[in-house]
Ligand binder design. Sequence first.
Ligand code: ARG
Length: 486
Amino acid sequence: MNILRRGRLSEEPDEDITRFTSSMEADRRLFEADIEVDRAHVVMLREQDIINASDCAAILSGLEKIKADGISALDASYEDVHIALEARLIEMVGEDTGGRMHSARSRNDEVAACIRLSLRAELINLMEEMHDLISALISAASNHHDTIMPGYTHTQHAQPTTLAHHLLAHATALVRDIERITGAYAHTNLNPLGAAAFASTGFPIDRKMTTELLGFDSALTNSMDAVSTRDFMIESMSCFSNLMTSLSRMAEELILWSTSEFDLIELDDSYSSTSSIMPQKKNPDIAELMRAKTGTVNGALVSVLTICKALPYSYNRDLQEATPHLWRAADTTRSSVRMARGMVSTMKVKKENMKMSTEKGFMTATELADTIVRTTGIPFRTAHHIVGAVARSGKIPSLSDLDDISMNLINEKLSAKGLTEKDVKEALDPAANIMKRVVTGGPAPKETKRHAAALAKLVGNIADDIRLIRKKVDVASGKLEKACRQ
Ligand code: ARG
């Protein structure tokens, strides 16, 4: 007989109803966390004299056996892993002992604790993978401080830049993405245990102890809030969406850059597919899927937002429906980060094509206008007018072309106001354009080298932070292990 339903309910649900209700499939993600949560709870019950030492020992060894047997040994006809696990424990050690594990708690605080622990592990792994991606970008940039390439606005040739500058732009965005995840981590690693159904419990529990044993940073204070909220999930998933947006933009560029039209890079064969009919094809399928999976992650976020919207406090079963979206979003995001790293670190850069491409589209027009301003003292808007009129002719101008146009427009020759052939020649040189842009964050090699070094240092600090977080979690798990042995 179902240990949960036998009291209040007499009819058993049929298979169709059970399947509709069950979270067993998605709960695979929670099985190990549930054992940890059970162990910490049981140790605390013992310390507080809510259960006796021999029951505690029997429950803990039962849990160990259940862990070793794995989730497949549980009765899958139960509606979730929590109750299936308790049923198995009772079957193993008897109700007089196993039936005491669920004192002073509810599945509501239990499931919230499990999700938080599992998500915590996902976030730590994700941060490590992001760290590796950012490092790969910085290291790729280190080979390309002098690799001149076109910079685009509106996907039109705009101004020359370097590949290092472009790669570091992505690295910079990803640093913000990782910082946001640190924030989501802080709101995830909080202990809901002790909230029970929502009104806490009259048993003399010690919430601090479960907080410590499970490596949570602190306990959620209001017991109704603790079981009602999934805002930590939404926050993490928003971070995933933001990160996927960064990755999708990178993916889009890798796709564009590998076309015959751009022809700026070639992706490694391992990150390419071919056609079943066109033998010559090398397709950027991995990057395309990364672009598409952003939609999957965004969809998951919107699903959870919609599930949680307008839910009355406290726990509602609706919340169960949110959890699988979290795992789908986390898995998709993590694998995308790994793919991005692989593509960036293995792609072949076509330096010559990049350089040649900067000769097209009069990308030095801005620098020419700026040079005119600096040498002649005319206003920028006027210089913009003159260079724009020259550009209209489709010709890269000489000093005399510029003089002709300026005579027309302002009735003065620029050469008479101080502009020389040498100035024009230098302004029209893409490499010289880049060398001039030494302001903070600009593409001049001197500046991208400085920026890369600063980013590398920052990323080193991030790595230290991640190590500390992992260590804290490991120390707690050692403590729990020890407490279970005593
Ligand atoms: N499987 C449930 C979930 O994921 C566990 C909590 C069930 N609580 C309840 N009151 N029915 O939310």
